[in-house]
Design a protein around this ligand. Structure first.
Ligand code: UT7
Length: 333
């Protein structure tokens, strides 16, 4: 590796996704907590979500999504140089889930680590890898958003358990050849003053799970939904606007907007504020609910495979999550 400063373009060479087989519908949830399909669908846009099987871990879902992305990119696992898994539901607190994925894929040459940025993790990983490839440190990278949120949901709390699901999405990034697409602009932000709005309070060093608090659901997701909703709309709109502006485009130039899949009302509010032409916003949360870091990655793969955009089109990815964190990317496909 030379010490010369470089600035390679970085493209997305392949995408993949995986969701577990088991479907949990809103009607199924109405048997667990006091809720209804009518409430869940009208407030969120969610109809059903996927739930990982017993013995199916975040790493397994991540590896399944990664294999599809590698296949599409025509990249052999042993040639992968860097793996980043974005997750808040790792297999174990340590080692990183990315290490299990490296082993499962047989990607023995890859450096592998996790990042924790909640629902924003996949785009944080994209930005990190873009920089590491563009400066010449790596030629390719595998980024994965993967979550087994069903293991961290309080199944007795109707205000949260109806929202989340399990799954994984992946993308292969690599140095672009002349004439290929590129990640054109990126944006990331964090507001650590608002950590209390969405968190898993227990199970870390601040509040370990002990025999006396084990029944208190401390290691499950807690959210002040209304507050999070307001910040999500503002921050995602601003982040999307920034990358569109940096790419020297207008919202009508964007072929497809792929937002974090948390709530259809949030997605509609952003589309409206950005004045994105009708039918250009990709939505799949009706099928999967909110899969945190996996959501935008699964949506990217489904949008790509369904022909929602084509070579040469500009797309915008935009996310928001606990932290609070947010991020966006404008990609020329
Ligand atoms: O991925 C990270 C980012 N996360 C998000 O972006 C989530 C953002 N927040 C949201 O999507 C929404 O705030 C929620 C979907 C979580 C909640 O929707 P809301 O319109 O803000 O409802 P709410 O929390 O104000 O609750 C309204 C009512 C309450 O009853 P009262 O106090 O009005 O009598 C709740 O107790 O709905 C009740 N409620 C439910 N009823 C039936 C809350 N959850 C349920 C439920 N089924 N599952």
């Amino acid at each position: 590796m030379s010490g010369l400063a470089t600035n390679y373009q970085v493209c997305i060479a392949g995408t993949g996704s995986y969701v577990p087989e088991k479907v949990m519908t809103n009607e199924d949830l109405a048997e667990l907590v006091q809720t209804s399909d009518e409430w869940i669908f009208s407030r969120t846009g969610i109809r059903e979500r996927r739930i990982a099987a017993e013995g199916e871990y975040t790493s397994h879902m991540a590896s399944n999504a990664a294999r599809k992305a590698l296949e599409q990119a025509g990249l052999a696992a042993e040639d992968v140089q860097l793996i980043i898994v974005a997750t808040i539901t790792p297999d174990t607190l340590t080692p990183a889930t990315a290490c299990y994925v490296q082993q499962q894929l047989g990607a023995s040459s890859a450096v592998a680590f996790d990042i924790s940025a909640a629902c924003s993790g996949f785009l944080y990983a994209m930005k990190i890898c873009k920089r590491m490839i563009s400066d010449g440190a790596f030629e390719n990278a595998l980024i994965i958003g993967a979550e087994k949120l069903s293991a961290f949901v309080n199944w007795e709390d109707r205000t949260t358990c109806v929202l989340f699901g399990d799954g994984a999405g992946a993308a292969v990034l690599r140095r672009a050849e002349k004439g290929e697409g590129a990640i054109v602009a990126t944006e990331m932000g964090t507001d650590g003053n608002l950590t209390h709005l969405l968190n898993i309070p227990g199970g870390g060093s601040a509040l370990p799970i002990t025999q006396s608090n084990v029944g208190d659901h401390l290691a499950t997701l807690a959210m002040q939904g209304k507050e999070v909703f307001k910040h999500a709309v503002t921050r995602m709109k601003q982040a999307a606007e920034k990358v569109i502006e940096r790419a020297e485009l207008k919202s009508e130039d964007i072929a497809c907007v792929i937002p974090h899949q948390a709530n259809l009302r949030i997605i509609d509010a952003i589309a409206d504020r950005l004045s994105v032409p009708e039918g250009r916003v990709f939505v799949n949360l009706d099928k999967y609910g909110n899969t945190s870091a996996a959501a935008v990655a699964i949506a990217l793969d489904e949008a790509h495979r369904s022909g929602a955009f084509k070579r040469g089109d500009h797309i915008v990815l935009v996310v928001f999550g606990a932290g609070l964190t947010w991020a966006a990317a404008c990609v020329r496909w």
